[in-house]
Design a protein around this ligand. Structure first.
Ligand code: NAP
Length: 431
């Protein structure tokens, strides 16, 4: 497992499971130069019109009810921008819409909330109602809803209103779940391409160059206009500079649990520490601050989805827990050795006051442990990973010589001696 996690993704040969991929045979024959069966690259499709909007689709739909791009004239189809309908127009939906628009395609959007104002300002057609959006018969329906809501959202789409060769794509941060769901919910002719842009509005705000874009063409009819549109859709991300990684959904989820989910978990844990910038930040600490900020800018629904909908996440969180325990054991194992040394030798460590045990109000311990114990005391509760300070006191109190009596103590001791002598005298007189 460790070896697998260390291996960079571009060295891993994608393993495509036939059981989960459907290839739809087609009777239409095209020259292989036009439709290579296994394209390795998503070349940009030259768009004839500079306008991102193309003529209303209903015109060709009326004559070609099963295919919005008439197959006999594929050259025409090349030139048309895609009509891409985004379902779920939150943080990530809006982010991805910008790139789609930049690449000259038309964007339609629908969402639970009302984004009409935003869309009006950004040249996007917003539909309050998913039915109305489907009436527009988009080429691609791009699912950008939260992982948790995707099933409800998908089941609410009136599939019968869409063209029978519509492509469904998703951007969910887990992949096996939407793949299985899409295979179950969609009519058989619909194409399915599962994708995961491995970046978001924060990490991709300065461009997508070199950022990984994972995709799995789960069900795309070969040598058809559907295949062509799928290439066109993927070319959006290639043209934006993404590193295109074709990978099965299973493999994605294995890698993502060991990398993305761990990253989010560490970020979430750190966010509970309320870390603050200091005047002496190290580079490493800066990275942690950045990680925390990036992580909490994503919704908790997203993080919960990474856990709940990835079968590998539980194992990873348990690994993380064990790793943290192992580190604590290593630290406290040393502390234990140090205390034992003090107990057995009954002398302070050599090396002068800096090296010797330091007296705190809790215990006599080596200097390096003092700050955390003092801090814990201030907070009035020891952090759970520190040994109970009372136990430490018990361990160390008899290891040290008795504390020297100070002058006040001497005074009170002689006072009490004088009192006892007086008491004895009084007793004698009264007898
Ligand atoms: P998110 O919290 O995962 O999803 C927010 C979206 O889900 C919004 O469009 C929201 O609609 C919709 N939604 C939430 N609950 C809903 C419900 N009960 N019914 C209907 N719609 C609901 O945040 P996000 O960052 O925008 O992510 C969207 C998708 O992109 C997720 O699947 C995520 O895994 C994926 N993704 C995100 C990133 C990233 O960095 N953020 C990167 C790659 C992939 P309203 O806004 O209309 O309420």
């Amino acid at each position: 497992m460790a070896a697998l996690l260390q291996q960079p993704s571009h060295f891993i040969k994608p393993e495509i499971s036939n059981a989960t991929h459907q290839v739809i045979p087609t009777s239409t024959n095209y020259s292989s130069s036009l439709f290579p069966s296994k394209p390795t690259k998503f070349t940009k499709i030259a768009l004839k019109s500079s306008s991102p909007f193309r003529p209303p689709s209903q015109i060709c739909n009326a004559h070609m009810p099963t295919n919005r791009f008439p197959d006999p004239d594929p050259a025409q189809a090349h030139d048309l921008p895609l009509r891409i309908a985004i379902v779920g127009f939150g943080n990530f939906g809006q982010f991805i819409a910008k790139a789609i628009r930049r690449q000259g395609h038309q964007v339609l959007a629908t969402s639970r909330s009302d984004y009409s104002d935003y869309c009006a300002q950004h040249g996007i057609r917003f539909f309050r109602n998913v039915d109305e959006m489907c009436d527009e018969r988009p080429d691609v329906v791009l699912v950008c809803s939260s992982i948790l809501s995707t099933e409800t959202v998908l089941r609410g789409i009136p599939m019968h209103k869409l063209s029978p060769d519509t492509i469904f794509a998703d951007v969910l941060s887990v992949k096996q779940f939407p793949r299985n769901l899409l295979l179950e919910v969609l009519p058989p002719g619909f194409g399915i391409v599962c994708t995961h842009p491995m970046f978001g509005p924060e990490s991709g705000k300065n461009g997508w160059s070199g950022l990984p874009f994972v995709y799995d063409k789960v069900r795309i009819a070969e040598n058809t206009s559907q295949a062509r549109k799928c290439e066109q859709f993927l070319s959006v991300f290639e043209q934006e500079g993404c590193r295109m990684v074709e990978m099965s959904c299973e493999e994605h989820d294995r890698h993502a649990a060991g990398s993305q989910f761990i990253t989010h978990t560490i970020g979430r844990v750190l966010s509970h520490l309320d870390l603050e910038s200091t005047p002496i930040n190290t580079k490493g600490y800066e990275t942690l601050l950045q990680l925390t900020e990036n992580t909490v800018s994503d919704s908790f629904d997203l993080y919960y989805g990474l856990f709940m909908y990835n079968v590998n996440a539980t194992e990873q969180i348990e690994n993380l827990d064990r790793a943290f325990e192992a580190v604590k054991q290593k630290l406290f194992g040393r502390l234990h050795d140090l205390l034992r040394k003090q107990i057995v030798e009954r002398v302070p460590l050599q090396g002068g006051p800096q090296m010797g045990p330091v007296r705190t109000k809790h215990a006599d311990v080596a200097p390096s442990y003092v700050p955390s114990i003092e801090k814990a005391s201030k907070a009035n509760a020891a952090p759970s990973f520190l040994p109970d300070s009372e136990k430490m006191k018990a361990l160390t109190s008899f290891a040290m010589p008795p504390p020297p009596q100070d002058s006040n103590n001497d005074e009170s001791a002689s006072q009490s001696k004088e009192e006892s002598r007086k008491a004895n005298r009084d007793t004698l007189w009264s007898q």
